[in-house]
Ligand binder design. Sequence first.
Ligand SMILES: [Zn+2]
Length: 336
Amino acid sequence: MLSGKYPEETNHWLPYFYSPQESPIFFKTLNKIGAVFPLDRLPSLRNLAVGQTRRFILKQGVHINNVPFHIIDKVTLYPYYYMHELPFFHELKEQLQKKCQTSLTHIGPPKTRKHLYRSLLKYIRASNHEKELVIAYEDALDGLGHKFGPYSPECLHYAKSLDRVLLEVYQKLAKCFGKNLTFFVFSDHGQCEQTNNLNLLSELDKKTLNLGDDYLCILDATLALFWAKNKDVEEKILEVLGKIRIGKVIDERLQKKYHIRFDDKRYGEIIFVLNPGGTLFPNFFSSFGTMRGLHGYLPEDDVQKGLLISDKKSLYVPRHVRDIRNFIVNVFSQET
Ligand SMILES: [Zn+2]
């Protein structure tokens, strides 16, 4: 969304990837601890151990707290998670400055979560940039959807209050800036109510495929990446995945369609994704319960779709989530 490019163009897709040589010392140390204390047999304790250790050592990055200790040193995580921490944010900042003499500011978590819109208005009132794109990032609605489900009373109640707050913010800003204001509301995904779980590791266990010895994998909640020891194992994994009716393997044709053909195999030799409503559980993020709402399915699934609302027309019509950046830059360029 921020880069304006497809994943294969930036070699950047998921927040985790296979790269033992780049694995942080933190993970290498945990791997050694896991060899001494067999915490892999006690997933809840493992989850706590990784989560708590991470709090002290790694402040940023995605919280992948339930990776088995014996393969944890094979996974690498990007040391960033939030929008403004990504390299594409800084790149967009430079481009906006250079092309449209526009500043870029981010307001939101982890620094500002409470009183987000009050902070936004306060910031805008005090800012003296002539042209500025201020992104207020809101993650509370997503969090409620994960916890209670996207159609839960908790989620709907918050969505309605968010709608009111956004209208209020818009009216206040429009009063102040008149036609000099451009207002966008956008998201990069939707969310789906959870209906079924799949224990993928146990399906592979049944075929005597051993994690760590025969293959490596990263199990996300809706997506799984695999690296097989040899062709034989690869075929066996594909056979197991092929029998699962609630998901599909992203084969070469689909990889081309979704622009996820990478130079190396850092995002998996085999990529498997669940149909909407499914959860891979347990997964490498958590061993505590399942979430009520999830995203991370195929882009044409309705539940996965994001939104873009704007008070300005643009010559550029966004058709893909990556177009949001191009849409924004286009709106600012038109005004220059
Ligand atoms: Zn989410």
